[in-house]
Write a protein that binds this ligand. Structure first.
Ligand code: FEO
Length: 387
Protein backbone atom coordinates (compact mmCIF):
# COMPACT_ATOMS: atom_id res chain seq x y z
CA UNK A 1 0.00 0.00 0.00
CA UNK A 2 1.12 3.51 -0.81
CA UNK A 3 1.95 5.54 2.32
CA UNK A 4 0.30 8.94 1.99
CA UNK A 5 2.09 11.52 4.12
CA UNK A 6 0.32 14.87 4.34
CA UNK A 7 3.11 16.37 6.47
CA UNK A 8 6.16 14.60 7.94
CA UNK A 9 4.83 12.06 10.43
CA UNK A 10 1.17 12.69 9.57
CA UNK A 11 -0.49 10.18 7.29
CA UNK A 12 -3.75 9.71 5.43
CA UNK A 13 -4.97 6.20 6.33
CA UNK A 14 -8.54 6.42 5.02
CA UNK A 15 -10.34 4.33 2.43
CA UNK A 16 -12.19 4.90 -0.82
CA UNK A 17 -15.74 3.51 -1.08
CA UNK A 18 -15.87 3.53 -4.87
CA UNK A 19 -19.27 1.86 -5.21
CA UNK A 20 -21.45 3.87 -2.85
CA UNK A 21 -24.27 5.63 -4.70
CA UNK A 22 -26.76 6.35 -1.92
CA UNK A 23 -25.54 8.19 1.15
CA UNK A 24 -28.60 7.91 3.42
CA UNK A 25 -30.87 9.30 0.72
CA UNK A 26 -28.32 11.64 -0.84
CA UNK A 27 -27.56 10.27 -4.32
CA UNK A 28 -23.90 10.48 -5.20
CA UNK A 29 -22.35 9.66 -8.53
CA UNK A 30 -18.91 8.20 -7.92
CA UNK A 31 -18.70 6.96 -4.35
CA UNK A 32 -17.05 8.64 -1.40
CA UNK A 33 -14.08 8.35 0.94
CA UNK A 34 -13.85 7.89 4.68
CA UNK A 35 -10.72 9.75 5.67
CA UNK A 36 -8.76 8.90 8.79
CA UNK A 37 -5.40 10.38 9.78
CA UNK A 38 -2.52 8.99 11.78
CA UNK A 39 -0.14 11.26 13.69
CA UNK A 40 3.11 9.60 14.75
CA UNK A 41 4.79 11.47 17.58
CA UNK A 42 5.96 10.45 21.07
CA UNK A 43 2.35 9.47 21.40
CA UNK A 44 0.40 8.14 18.44
CA UNK A 45 -3.05 9.45 17.57
CA UNK A 46 -5.56 8.21 15.02
CA UNK A 47 -8.12 10.80 14.00
CA UNK A 48 -11.46 9.21 13.14
CA UNK A 49 -11.98 5.78 11.61
CA UNK A 50 -13.97 4.47 8.63
CA UNK A 51 -17.21 2.67 7.88
CA UNK A 52 -17.26 -0.77 9.52
CA UNK A 53 -16.85 -2.93 6.37
CA UNK A 54 -13.55 -1.12 5.68
CA UNK A 55 -12.05 -1.64 9.15
CA UNK A 56 -9.44 -4.16 7.98
CA UNK A 57 -8.29 -1.87 5.17
CA UNK A 58 -7.83 0.92 7.71
CA UNK A 59 -5.83 -1.37 9.99
CA UNK A 60 -3.75 -2.55 7.02
CA UNK A 61 -2.94 1.04 6.11
CA UNK A 62 -1.97 1.83 9.68
CA UNK A 63 0.14 -1.34 9.82
CA UNK A 64 2.20 -0.08 6.88
CA UNK A 65 3.31 2.76 9.17
CA UNK A 66 3.19 1.48 12.76
CA UNK A 67 1.86 -1.44 14.75
CA UNK A 68 -1.79 -0.48 15.50
CA UNK A 69 -1.23 -1.74 19.07
CA UNK A 70 0.91 1.38 19.60
CA UNK A 71 -1.98 3.81 19.09
CA UNK A 72 -2.38 5.93 22.24
CA UNK A 73 -5.36 8.06 21.27
CA UNK A 74 -8.29 7.48 18.96
CA UNK A 75 -9.93 10.85 18.38
CA UNK A 76 -13.60 10.49 17.43
CA UNK A 77 -14.73 13.81 16.00
CA UNK A 78 -18.19 12.49 15.12
CA UNK A 79 -20.32 9.53 16.14
CA UNK A 80 -21.97 8.90 12.76
CA UNK A 81 -21.01 5.42 11.61
CA UNK A 82 -19.22 6.39 8.41
CA UNK A 83 -16.49 7.64 10.78
CA UNK A 84 -17.05 5.56 13.90
CA UNK A 85 -17.95 2.17 12.42
CA UNK A 86 -14.40 0.82 12.74
CA UNK A 87 -13.88 2.07 16.32
CA UNK A 88 -14.46 -1.39 17.86
CA UNK A 89 -11.94 -2.97 15.47
CA UNK A 90 -9.33 -0.28 16.13
CA UNK A 91 -9.83 -0.36 19.89
CA UNK A 92 -9.50 -4.14 19.75
CA UNK A 93 -6.21 -3.81 17.88
CA UNK A 94 -5.02 -1.00 20.18
CA UNK A 95 -5.76 -2.20 23.71
CA UNK A 96 -3.97 0.72 25.37
CA UNK A 97 -5.70 3.43 23.37
CA UNK A 98 -7.92 6.10 24.92
CA UNK A 99 -11.05 6.96 22.96
CA UNK A 100 -11.35 10.75 22.87
CA UNK A 101 -14.77 12.22 22.22
CA UNK A 102 -16.81 15.35 22.82
CA UNK A 103 -18.38 16.08 26.17
CA UNK A 104 -21.21 15.20 26.61
CA UNK A 105 -22.80 14.21 23.28
CA UNK A 106 -19.89 12.31 21.76
CA UNK A 107 -19.64 10.07 24.80
CA UNK A 108 -23.39 9.57 24.91
CA UNK A 109 -23.49 8.68 21.20
CA UNK A 110 -20.50 6.35 21.23
CA UNK A 111 -21.83 4.45 24.24
CA UNK A 112 -25.22 4.10 22.53
CA UNK A 113 -23.53 2.72 19.40
CA UNK A 114 -20.70 0.61 20.78
CA UNK A 115 -21.18 0.13 24.52
CA UNK A 116 -19.06 1.29 27.43
CA UNK A 117 -16.10 -1.09 27.33
CA UNK A 118 -13.53 1.46 26.26
CA UNK A 119 -11.22 3.86 28.04
CA UNK A 120 -12.94 7.17 27.27
CA UNK A 121 -11.69 10.74 27.60
CA UNK A 122 -14.22 13.52 27.14
CA UNK A 123 -12.98 16.83 25.77
CA UNK A 124 -14.51 20.28 25.56
CA UNK A 125 -13.62 23.21 23.31
CA UNK A 126 -10.10 24.41 24.06
CA UNK A 127 -8.90 21.24 25.81
CA UNK A 128 -5.41 20.14 24.73
CA UNK A 129 -3.85 16.70 24.36
CA UNK A 130 -0.06 16.67 24.01
CA UNK A 131 1.49 14.10 21.71
CA UNK A 132 5.08 15.20 22.40
CA UNK A 133 6.25 17.60 19.72
CA UNK A 134 2.71 18.25 18.62
CA UNK A 135 -0.57 18.83 20.38
CA UNK A 136 -4.22 18.50 19.53
CA UNK A 137 -6.93 20.90 20.57
CA UNK A 138 -10.65 20.76 19.94
CA UNK A 139 -13.35 23.04 18.59
CA UNK A 140 -16.96 22.12 19.32
CA UNK A 141 -19.14 22.29 16.19
CA UNK A 142 -22.51 21.09 17.50
CA UNK A 143 -25.17 20.45 14.86
CA UNK A 144 -22.66 20.47 12.04
CA UNK A 145 -24.49 18.25 11.61
CA UNK A 146 -25.03 16.10 14.74
CA UNK A 147 -25.02 17.31 18.36
CA UNK A 148 -21.69 15.58 19.04
CA UNK A 149 -19.63 17.08 16.22
CA UNK A 150 -16.24 18.57 16.95
CA UNK A 151 -13.14 19.29 14.89
CA UNK A 152 -9.52 18.77 15.88
CA UNK A 153 -6.72 21.28 15.35
CA UNK A 154 -2.98 20.68 15.44
CA UNK A 155 -1.40 24.14 15.95
CA UNK A 156 2.22 23.04 15.42
CA UNK A 157 1.35 21.69 11.95
CA UNK A 158 -1.46 24.17 11.23
CA UNK A 159 -3.80 21.34 10.24
CA UNK A 160 -7.53 21.36 10.90
CA UNK A 161 -9.07 17.88 10.94
CA UNK A 162 -12.54 19.08 10.07
CA UNK A 163 -14.52 15.84 9.87
CA UNK A 164 -17.72 16.39 7.81
CA UNK A 165 -17.15 20.14 7.39
CA UNK A 166 -15.48 21.08 4.08
CA UNK A 167 -16.00 17.51 2.82
CA UNK A 168 -17.06 16.32 -0.60
CA UNK A 169 -18.18 13.00 -1.98
CA UNK A 170 -15.25 12.94 -4.37
CA UNK A 171 -13.28 9.82 -5.14
CA UNK A 172 -9.79 9.67 -6.57
CA UNK A 173 -6.52 7.90 -6.01
CA UNK A 174 -5.15 11.43 -5.47
CA UNK A 175 -5.72 13.17 -2.18
CA UNK A 176 -5.04 16.90 -2.51
CA UNK A 177 -7.01 19.76 -4.03
CA UNK A 178 -4.16 20.68 -6.39
CA UNK A 179 -3.96 17.15 -7.85
CA UNK A 180 -7.55 16.77 -9.06
CA UNK A 181 -10.26 18.46 -11.13
CA UNK A 182 -10.75 21.54 -8.98
CA UNK A 183 -14.08 22.65 -10.52
CA UNK A 184 -15.52 19.19 -9.89
CA UNK A 185 -14.31 19.23 -6.29
CA UNK A 186 -15.93 22.63 -5.70
CA UNK A 187 -19.16 21.38 -7.28
CA UNK A 188 -19.08 18.32 -5.00
CA UNK A 189 -18.34 20.50 -1.97
CA UNK A 190 -21.44 22.56 -2.84
CA UNK A 191 -23.50 19.38 -3.21
CA UNK A 192 -22.23 18.16 0.11
CA UNK A 193 -23.07 21.39 1.93
CA UNK A 194 -26.48 21.60 0.23
CA UNK A 195 -27.57 18.05 0.99
CA UNK A 196 -26.11 17.73 4.49
CA UNK A 197 -25.35 21.09 6.06
CA UNK A 198 -27.93 23.45 4.54
CA UNK A 199 -30.25 23.50 7.58
CA UNK A 200 -27.39 24.51 9.85
CA UNK A 201 -26.28 27.87 8.45
CA UNK A 202 -26.36 29.59 11.85
CA UNK A 203 -24.16 26.89 13.39
CA UNK A 204 -21.84 27.00 10.36
CA UNK A 205 -21.40 30.77 10.76
CA UNK A 206 -20.46 30.32 14.40
CA UNK A 207 -17.97 27.57 13.59
CA UNK A 208 -16.45 29.64 10.77
CA UNK A 209 -15.86 32.55 13.14
CA UNK A 210 -13.82 30.22 15.39
CA UNK A 211 -12.00 28.50 12.54
CA UNK A 212 -10.94 31.84 11.10
CA UNK A 213 -9.09 32.56 14.33
CA UNK A 214 -6.85 29.55 13.64
CA UNK A 215 -3.70 29.56 11.54
CA UNK A 216 -4.47 26.89 8.94
CA UNK A 217 -2.23 25.44 6.20
CA UNK A 218 -4.30 22.33 5.60
CA UNK A 219 -7.92 21.38 6.07
CA UNK A 220 -8.20 17.60 6.25
CA UNK A 221 -11.88 16.61 6.10
CA UNK A 222 -13.32 13.14 6.55
CA UNK A 223 -14.73 12.92 3.02
CA UNK A 224 -13.02 13.67 -0.26
CA UNK A 225 -9.84 15.57 -0.99
CA UNK A 226 -7.63 17.49 1.41
CA UNK A 227 -7.47 21.26 1.05
CA UNK A 228 -3.93 22.64 0.97
CA UNK A 229 -3.83 25.04 -2.00
CA UNK A 230 -7.37 26.40 -1.74
CA UNK A 231 -7.95 26.70 2.01
CA UNK A 232 -9.10 30.32 1.80
CA UNK A 233 -11.36 29.54 -1.17
CA UNK A 234 -13.31 26.79 0.57
CA UNK A 235 -13.68 28.86 3.74
CA UNK A 236 -14.94 31.76 1.65
CA UNK A 237 -17.41 29.47 -0.13
CA UNK A 238 -18.70 28.21 3.22
CA UNK A 239 -19.29 31.83 4.24
CA UNK A 240 -21.44 32.28 1.15
CA UNK A 241 -23.36 29.08 1.79
CA UNK A 242 -23.87 29.75 5.50
CA UNK A 243 -24.99 33.30 4.70
CA UNK A 244 -27.51 31.94 2.15
CA UNK A 245 -26.06 34.21 -0.54
CA UNK A 246 -27.83 33.72 -3.86
CA UNK A 247 -26.98 34.20 -7.53
CA UNK A 248 -29.32 35.52 -10.21
CA UNK A 249 -30.35 32.01 -11.17
CA UNK A 250 -33.84 30.55 -11.55
CA UNK A 251 -34.64 26.87 -11.13
CA UNK A 252 -37.80 25.79 -12.89
CA UNK A 253 -38.46 22.43 -11.27
CA UNK A 254 -41.40 20.33 -12.42
CA UNK A 255 -42.95 17.01 -13.20
CA UNK A 256 -45.55 16.59 -15.92
CA UNK A 257 -48.06 13.97 -17.06
CA UNK A 258 -48.92 14.85 -20.66
CA UNK A 259 -46.45 17.72 -21.26
CA UNK A 260 -48.81 20.59 -20.34
CA UNK A 261 -46.97 21.51 -17.11
CA UNK A 262 -43.76 20.91 -19.04
CA UNK A 263 -44.85 23.47 -21.69
CA UNK A 264 -45.54 25.95 -18.93
CA UNK A 265 -42.10 25.27 -17.46
CA UNK A 266 -40.49 26.06 -20.82
CA UNK A 267 -42.39 29.35 -21.08
CA UNK A 268 -41.38 30.32 -17.55
CA UNK A 269 -37.76 29.48 -18.37
CA UNK A 270 -37.94 31.64 -21.52
CA UNK A 271 -39.35 34.49 -19.44
CA UNK A 272 -36.49 34.33 -16.95
CA UNK A 273 -34.01 34.12 -19.81
CA UNK A 274 -35.48 37.29 -21.37
CA UNK A 275 -35.02 39.20 -18.13
CA UNK A 276 -31.34 38.14 -18.05
CA UNK A 277 -31.60 35.53 -15.31
CA UNK A 278 -29.70 32.28 -15.73
CA UNK A 279 -32.18 29.40 -15.89
CA UNK A 280 -32.03 25.69 -15.20
CA UNK A 281 -35.00 23.64 -16.36
CA UNK A 282 -35.15 20.62 -14.07
CA UNK A 283 -37.53 17.80 -14.91
CA UNK A 284 -37.91 15.72 -11.76
CA UNK A 285 -38.14 12.55 -13.87
CA UNK A 286 -34.70 13.15 -15.34
CA UNK A 287 -32.70 14.74 -12.51
CA UNK A 288 -31.55 13.32 -9.19
CA UNK A 289 -33.17 15.14 -6.29
CA UNK A 290 -29.77 15.59 -4.66
CA UNK A 291 -28.41 17.33 -7.77
CA UNK A 292 -31.40 19.68 -7.79
CA UNK A 293 -30.77 20.49 -4.12
CA UNK A 294 -27.16 21.35 -4.99
CA UNK A 295 -28.51 24.04 -7.33
CA UNK A 296 -31.13 25.20 -4.82
CA UNK A 297 -28.37 26.19 -2.38
CA UNK A 298 -27.27 29.18 -4.45
CA UNK A 299 -30.27 29.89 -6.72
CA UNK A 300 -32.38 33.00 -6.07
CA UNK A 301 -35.58 31.69 -7.69
CA UNK A 302 -37.15 28.30 -7.03
CA UNK A 303 -40.27 27.81 -9.14
CA UNK A 304 -42.12 24.52 -8.77
CA UNK A 305 -44.70 22.97 -11.09
CA UNK A 306 -47.03 19.99 -10.80
CA UNK A 307 -50.20 18.99 -12.60
CA UNK A 308 -53.10 17.84 -10.45
CA UNK A 309 -53.24 14.10 -9.84
CA UNK A 310 -55.88 12.55 -7.58
CA UNK A 311 -56.67 15.99 -6.13
CA UNK A 312 -53.00 16.39 -5.20
CA UNK A 313 -49.54 16.64 -6.70
CA UNK A 314 -47.29 14.19 -8.51
CA UNK A 315 -45.19 11.99 -6.17
CA UNK A 316 -41.90 13.36 -7.50
CA UNK A 317 -42.98 16.89 -6.57
CA UNK A 318 -44.06 15.66 -3.14
CA UNK A 319 -40.59 14.15 -2.66
CA UNK A 320 -38.94 17.43 -3.62
CA UNK A 321 -41.11 19.46 -1.25
CA UNK A 322 -40.54 17.00 1.61
CA UNK A 323 -36.77 17.10 1.11
CA UNK A 324 -36.82 20.91 0.92
CA UNK A 325 -38.85 21.09 4.14
CA UNK A 326 -36.06 19.31 5.98
CA UNK A 327 -33.26 21.31 4.37
CA UNK A 328 -34.91 24.71 4.98
CA UNK A 329 -33.34 26.73 2.16
CA UNK A 330 -33.11 30.45 2.90
CA UNK A 331 -33.48 33.64 0.82
CA UNK A 332 -35.54 32.12 -1.98
CA UNK A 333 -38.19 33.64 -4.22
CA UNK A 334 -40.65 31.61 -6.25
CA UNK A 335 -44.16 30.57 -7.17
CA UNK A 336 -46.20 27.51 -8.13
CA UNK A 337 -47.54 26.50 -11.51
CA UNK A 338 -49.24 23.54 -13.15
CA UNK A 339 -51.93 22.26 -15.46
CA UNK A 340 -55.13 20.47 -14.53
CA UNK A 341 -58.15 18.77 -16.05
CA UNK A 342 -60.60 19.28 -13.22
CA UNK A 343 -60.12 20.01 -9.52
CA UNK A 344 -56.83 21.88 -10.01
CA UNK A 345 -55.61 21.55 -6.42
CA UNK A 346 -51.92 21.05 -7.23
CA UNK A 347 -50.84 24.67 -7.54
CA UNK A 348 -52.46 25.57 -4.22
CA UNK A 349 -50.67 22.69 -2.51
CA UNK A 350 -47.30 23.64 -4.00
CA UNK A 351 -47.86 27.33 -3.25
CA UNK A 352 -48.64 26.53 0.40
CA UNK A 353 -45.55 24.34 0.67
CA UNK A 354 -43.39 27.15 -0.73
CA UNK A 355 -44.93 29.63 1.70
CA UNK A 356 -44.30 27.24 4.58
CA UNK A 357 -40.67 27.06 3.50
CA UNK A 358 -40.42 30.82 3.80
CA UNK A 359 -40.09 31.33 0.05
CA UNK A 360 -41.02 34.90 -0.96
CA UNK A 361 -43.95 34.35 -3.34
CA UNK A 362 -43.41 36.64 -6.30
CA UNK A 363 -46.46 35.64 -8.32
CA UNK A 364 -49.87 34.12 -7.69
CA UNK A 365 -50.02 30.40 -8.56
CA UNK A 366 -50.44 29.88 -12.30
CA UNK A 367 -52.77 27.12 -13.45
CA UNK A 368 -53.96 26.29 -16.93
CA UNK A 369 -56.78 23.94 -17.84
CA UNK A 370 -55.78 20.91 -19.93
CA UNK A 371 -53.43 21.97 -22.75
CA UNK A 372 -51.97 25.49 -22.70
CA UNK A 373 -52.60 27.48 -25.87
CA UNK A 374 -49.81 29.40 -27.62
CA UNK A 375 -51.37 32.62 -26.38
CA UNK A 376 -51.46 31.42 -22.78
CA UNK A 377 -47.85 30.33 -22.95
CA UNK A 378 -46.79 33.63 -24.49
CA UNK A 379 -48.70 35.53 -21.81
CA UNK A 380 -46.97 33.47 -19.10
CA UNK A 381 -43.55 34.09 -20.63
CA UNK A 382 -44.24 37.85 -20.86
CA UNK A 383 -45.36 37.95 -17.26
CA UNK A 384 -42.13 36.35 -16.07
CA UNK A 385 -40.01 38.56 -18.31
CA UNK A 386 -41.68 41.61 -16.72
CA UNK A 387 -41.08 40.51 -13.13
FE1 FEO B 1 -19.64 11.82 7.32
FE2 FEO B 1 -22.01 12.91 9.56
O1 FEO B 1 -20.85 11.68 8.75
Amino acid sequence: MNKIEIKPGIYYVGVVDWNLRNFHGYSIHKGTTYNAYLIVDDKIALIDTVKAPFAQELLDRISEIIDPAKIDYLISNHVEMDHSGAIPAVMNAAPNATLVTSDPNGLKGLKAHFGSNFEFEQVKAGDVISLGNRSLTFVATPMLHWPDNMVTYCPEEKILFSNDAFGQHYTSSKHFDDEVDYDKVISDAQGYYANILMPFGAQAKKALSIVEGLDIDIIAPSHGIIWRSHVKDIISLYHRYAGAETEDTALVIFDSMWHSTESMAHSIAEGFDRRGTKVLLLDLKENELSDIITEVLTARYVVVGSPTLNNGILPNVGGLLTYLKGLQPKSKKGFAFGSYGWGGQSVGIVNQALEDLGVEIIMDPVKINYIPSKEQLRELEDKIAAL
